[in-house]
Design a protein around this ligand. Sequence first.
Ligand code: SF4
Length: 315
Amino acid sequence: MFGKGKSAAKQEVRKFRTVGIPRALVYYLYPALWETFLRELGLTVVVSSPTSRKTVEHAGLISETEHCLPVKLSDAHLAELSGKVDAVFVPRILSTLRGHIACPKLGALPDCARAQFSDDFNVISVEINEARIPLEASMAELGKRLCAKVTDIQRAAERALSAMRTAQTESKPLIRPAGALYFLVIGHPYNLHDAFLSGPVFQKLETLGVCAEPVSFSCREAVPEPVKWDTCSIIYDRLRRLDPQEWHGVIHLSSFNCGCDSIVSTLYHDVLREKKIPLMTLVLDEHAGQAGVDTRLEAFVDSIKEQHEHAATRH
Ligand code: SF4
């Protein structure tokens, strides 16, 4: 579980006062959960700074070139915590949803963090496998490894779960002025909720007069067929239920080199084609320029507006 020898781990854990959480991957998969839990156990939690151009550039320098952007960013956020904390929390994520599996890259994160940063900090980890283990049990296991009392763990878990539920329902409901276009923006939570990655897309859509809403991950159920990957399955489930009378377009914020997206994007296309809802995929990588994204969004929105004007004149 820890970066150093197992025998020393128990004594060492008592010395941890400051624990870091990289503002990447797990931070967005479980909003507010782990930081609240660790804080409630009496630890000082340091979350790395929001992603910036500098983070992206650093990620490109220190991470494997073959990694997807979210994993590269995770490395840069870990590097930022070096020298600021006693330990960093990096769970082994095997599943975040019953009946589903997580992307295999998330299962190797603690090993990768230890391989790359063992000189900088200890790595605290726990297995998250909601296909087999309730989330509460993973929290209890982490609390036990941190030598916390059972009553403190229970109280911290309750508060953390409540903080996550609040964070997941915090987004403002979409205001729907008459005649406006409504878009759903889909993608993994760490793409959608990292303001540096998705902010320019939402801002551009707003300037084009489009009301855009990110897909919600607060739902904890999805049918695991035909998509086994957790976040992709929630998205697919939402697309299947999308009402073409209410939604005029879908934007997919995908990651370059994402194995899961490369397979499920065909399914997304198929389900939306049947509903006649246009879909545009924007691929995020460290080289993506704003000008290119703006031009593509303008063209996509213009074509949908034209279709609607055409349809209106025919009736
Ligand atoms: S699902 Fe895709 S974007 Fe997410 S970690 Fe895996 S490869 Fe990267």
